[in-house]
Write a protein that binds this ligand. Structure first.
Ligand SMILES: [Zn+2]
Length: 422
């Protein structure tokens, strides 16, 4: 198996930084262990000298390691991949993430006793959940190394949950490491106070070539499909992988890229908006259906559905509450999945108008959608560069509007009308 950082595509600077931090962490840990051992040798001057030496080494190495980190970067750049790899490097028995030892393996598999991953499935992480996590993260690491708490999508923390986390980061237990993932360090994504306590690892959008290489070498995808998918996914590794492998994902993308040609009048714009919204809903429904059904079945089994006898009535009352709670969480997850699917479609659409603009301006850059380059060229013959730019801005404006909670259908309809008018 490859090194734990192998899946972090096109991020050599970040990998270097994290490797040095993991090495420094190991120095600190070894010094602490040695310090404790030396403490047993009562009154020995040599031991005292060793202690100081150990402390000095730790202080010097400490500049590379710290207890709280924020991983930022555009969607698909590998924020959670980086956090997971760093967690493994901290638990590695042989070095800084060999990928082969039990520490690396169990961390990457999500089964390490001292590493917890928080993956919010709804729109936000609540305070109750955060308090429980912080409490567990404060316990002594059972493997003798570090307690690691990885919070994916830390931008979805509620304010109260953020405060609970802040308290823990401000007064960190000696062996606890917090790894937070957010799109950016903008105050909308992470509070300024949490940000000020963390070291930031900024990931970039990986170049298409690096993404294509991974698809080819690790996933065994043919070179031409890998190159096409990497370009079409615009630096989003997971999206590129899906496009290369999943015919449904390819079909959905083609349907989105066919939309600009369909905008021939007001009615057609509303139709196109419906098509886009409904496709996102269908994609999201398919993505969450399986999880929803198995969660419900698991809960019903746990509650002993259909039970009779003493206490059954009380159990049913309690069960109704739990089922309601599950349904609420599932609804929130479905909303999130719909927004994600719609956003992916808008990114594809923006890529098309960007291609039209680069043809108009004869910019020496590769197209995003190599397979519809002909359409982009013919559009560039019809529209002025200003008109194309206004269309591109309409797509980006639609994304922003949805982010700021404008109803998706309203935002998409407005966008389609703007795309038609030009
Ligand atoms: Zn290892």
């Amino acid at each position: 198996m490859a090194d734990v950082f192998a899946d972090l595509v096109g991020q050599p600077e970040a990998v270097d930084l994290l490797r040095r931090a993991a090495a420094a962490a190991e120095t600190i840990r070894a010094a602490a262990v040695e310090g404790a051992a030396a403490g047993d040798v009562a009154g020995a001057e040599a031991a005292a000298a060793d202690n100081i030496a150990a402390a000095d080494t730790a202080a010097a190495a400490g500049s590379a390691m710290t207890h709280a980190w924020i991983f930022t970067g555009p969607p698909g750049s590998g924020r959670s991949v980086a956090a997971r790899a760093f967690a493994a490097a901290l638990q590695c028995h042989r070095g800084t993430g060999c990928g082969e030892c039990a520490g690396c393996h169990t961390t990457l598999a999500g089964t390490h006793a001292d590493v917890r991953f928080v993956v919010p499935e709804g729109l936000s992480i609540g305070v109750g959940e955060m308090r429980a996590l912080v409490l567990r993260a404060a316990s002594t690491p059972s493997g003798g190394r570090w307690q690691v708490l990885v919070i994916e999508d830390a931008d979805r923390l509620t304010e109260a949950a953020g405060n609970a986390l802040l308290k823990a980061i401000e007064e960190p237990p000696p062996r606890t490491v917090f790894l937070l993932c957010t799109p950016s360090t903008h105050p909308d994504d992470i509070s300024v106070t949490i940000r000020s306590r963390c070291r930031v690892v900024a990931l970039r959008q990986p170049p298409a070539e690096a993404v294509a290489t991974v698809l080819r070498d690790r996933d065994g995808i043919t070179p031409d499909v890998a190159a096409w998918a990497a370009a079409a996914a615009q630096g989003h590794v997971g999206r590129a992988r899906r496009l290369a492998r999943d015919p449904e994902a390819r079909k959905r993308r083609e349907a989105v890229l066919a939309l600009p040609r369909r905008l021939s009048g007001v009615g057609a714009c509303f139709d196109a908006a419906s098509t886009l919204i409904e496709a996102a809903e269908a994609e999201a429904a398919a993505a969450v259906a399986e999880a929803d059904a198995s969660e419900r079945a698991a809960l019903e089994t746990a509650l002993g559905a259909g039970g009779t006898g003493r206490g059954a009535a009380g159990a049913i009352r309690g069960a109704a509450g739990q089922l309601k709670d599950l349904e609420r969480r599932q609804k929130s997850r479905a909303t999130r999945a719909q927004r994600d699917a719609l956003d992916r479609a808008l990114v594809d659409l923006a890529g098309f108008y960007r291609d039209v603009l680069t043809v108009s301006l004869r910019a020496p850059v590769e197209p995003v959608h190599t397979d519809v380059a002909g359409l982009a060229s013919s559009a560039a013959g019809k529209w002025t560069p200003e008109g194309t730019l206004r269309r591109l801005e309409a797509v980006l404006g639609c994304r922003t509007a949805i982010e700021t909670n404008v109803k998706p259908r309203i935002a998409v309809e407005a966008m389609m009308l703007a795309l038609w008018r030009g």
